[in-house]
Design a protein. Structure first.
Length: 85
């Protein structure tokens, strides 16, 4: 019998967009999308989802400042960032 890992509250692209809009971040150069993969934290066994933010580094940096303040976790890549709770 396989058990599914506990799921954290899902972070959504709509939620990230709303946070950035409320903080007056310019979204015109960003593409914000839900990542379809579910990951599992090996230490806690909790599952989670990520939101992908694509765009130029400077635009992603402005978004990142707001998302860090919201206490979200980031996995940066050269051409995009992945955000999760």
């Amino acid at each position: 019998m396989t058990t599914k890992p506990a799921q954290r509250d899902a972070l959504t692209a709509a939620e990230v967009s709303a946070m950035l809009t409320a903080a007056d971040v310019d979204l015109s150069e960003l593409t914000i999308s839900d990542d379809p993969d579910v990951w599992v934290d090996v230490d806690t066994g909790q599952g989670g989802t990520s939101v992908r933010v694509d765009g130029p580094k400077e635009a992603r940096r402005a978004a990142g400042n707001v998302l860090y303040e919201a206490r979200l976790a980031n996995a940066p890549y050269p051409d995009h960032d992945m955000w999760t709770r």
